[in-house]
Design a protein around this ligand. Structure first.
Ligand SMILES: NC(=O)c1ccc[n+]([C@@H]2O[C@H](COP(=O)([O-])OP(=O)(O)OC[C@H]3O[C@@H](n4cnc5c(N)ncnc54)[C@H](OP(=O)(O)O)[C@@H]3O)[C@@H](O)[C@H]2O)c1
Length: 248
C-alpha cells in the first residue's frame, strides 16, 4: 500500500510540503532573479505537476503576490444579513482545488478558480476564522468560492485538513508556502513529506523569509525530524531532496 493509499484510511490528506530554497534556506530574495534560477523555478512547477494530486495550499501573502496581485475589494454593501459561520461548499464539479489560508478575509478574488496556461482551473477554497466579515462571506458566495472555518479567532490546521478530506475528498495536499504557513503546519506535526529544490545560490540577505517560520503566537514550536527518502542531482549543481517525517 503506498502513502496515498494509507492516507485514505486517515482522517486527513497526506501532506507534502513542496518548496524551493537558496542554500541559506531563503524562499524569497534576489537569488530568484539570477539567470541561473530560472531553470529551478521552472522545475519547481514541473515537479508540482508530476506529483499530481487534487489540491495545493498557500498562505494569504503568497496568494496575494501571485494570484490576486494585491487587488483590494470595495465591499461597502450595507444591509447584509448575518451569515452563519458554517462551512460553504460551492456547487461545483471541479476536481482540483487551490486552498487559500486567509484568516480574516483579505484576498481580493474576482472569480472562483485559478488557472494556469493549460488547465481548466483549480476551484478556490478559502480557509477562514469566524472573525471574517459578513460582507466578505457574501462576496465569496456570490462568486461561488467555497470556504471552511478553521477556528473562532485562530486557525487549527488539524481541523482544517480534516475538513478538506471530509468535505472535498482531498487525499493528498501540496503545501506550497510561504514560510509562515509552512511553519504553522509543521507546528501541528502535519507535514508527512518535504520535497525541497535546493538552488545552488546563497542569497545572503538576513531578513528574508525562510522555509519554516514561526508566527508570534505559536509558542510550542519544537524541532521536527526528517528522514531522507531520495535525493536527485539536478543540472547546474542543484538538488531535489525528498524527506519524510516518519521512518518506513
Ligand atoms: N520559494 C518557494 O518555493 C515559495 C513558495 C511559496 C511562496 N513563496 C514566497 O513566500 C513569500 C510569502 O511567505 P510568508 O511566509 O511571508 O507568507 P504566507 O505563508 O504566504 O502567508 C502568511 C499569511 O497567511 C496567514 N497565515 C499563515 N499561517 C497562519 C496561522 N497559523 N494562523 C492564521 N493565519 C495564518 C496570515 O494571513 P493574514 O496576514 O491575513 O492574517 C499570514 O500573514 C512570498 O514572497 C512568496 O513568493 C516562495
Amino acid at each position: 500500500m503506498d502513502r496515498i493509499e494509507k492516507s485514505k484510511e486517515k482522517e486527513r490528506p497526506y501532506i507534502i510540503c513542496h518548496m524551493l530554497t537558496s542554500l541559506d534556506g531563503k524562499i524569497i530574495g534576489e537569488y530568484l532573479i539570477e539567470e541561473r534560477a530560472a531553470y529551478f523555478r521552472d522545475l519547481y512547477e514541473k515537479i508540482h505537476d508530476r506529483y499530481g494530486g487534487k489540491a495545493w495550499m498557500c498562505g494569504r501573502v503568497t496568494m496575494e503576490e501571485h494570484f490576486t496581485f494585491g487587488n483590494q475589494l470595495d465591499l461597502k454593501e450595507k444591509n447584509i444579513p448575518p451569515i452563519p459561520r458554517t462551512d460553504y461548499v460551492a456547487n461545483t464539479d471541479t476536481k482540483t482545488y487551490a486552498v487559500a489560508v486567509d484568516p480574516s478575509g483579505k484576498l481580493g478574488w474576482t472569480k472562483n478558480y485559478i488557472t494556469d496556461d493549460y488547465g481548466l482551473g483549480d476551484h478556490i477554497i478559502e480557509v477562514l476564522t469566524e472573525q471574517v466579515s459578513d460582507v466578505y462571506l457574501a462576496h465569496l458566495q456570490k462568486l461561488g468560492i467555497s470556504y471552511i472555518f478553521g477556528g473562532k479567532e485562530r486557525l487549527n490546521f488539524t481541523v482544517v485538513v480534516e475538513k478538506l478530506k471530509s468535505l472535498f475528498s482531498i487525499d493528498q495536499l501540496m503545501l506550497e508556502g510561504g514560510g509562515f504557513l509552512n511553519g504553522s503546519l509543521l507546528n501541528e506535526r502535519l507535514i508527512d513529506e518535504l520535497s525541497l529544490i535546493l538552488v545552488p545560490i546563497a542569497d545572503g540577505a538576513s531578513n528574508s523569509v525562510t522555509l519554516f517560520e514561526t508566527s508570534s503566537f505559536l509558542t510550542n514550536q519544537h524541532p521536527v525530524n526528517f528522514f531522507l527518502k531520495e535525493v536527485e542531482k539536478l543540472d547546474d549543481g542543484g538538488l531535489w531532496l525528498k524527506y519524510v517525517t516518519k521512518r518506513d
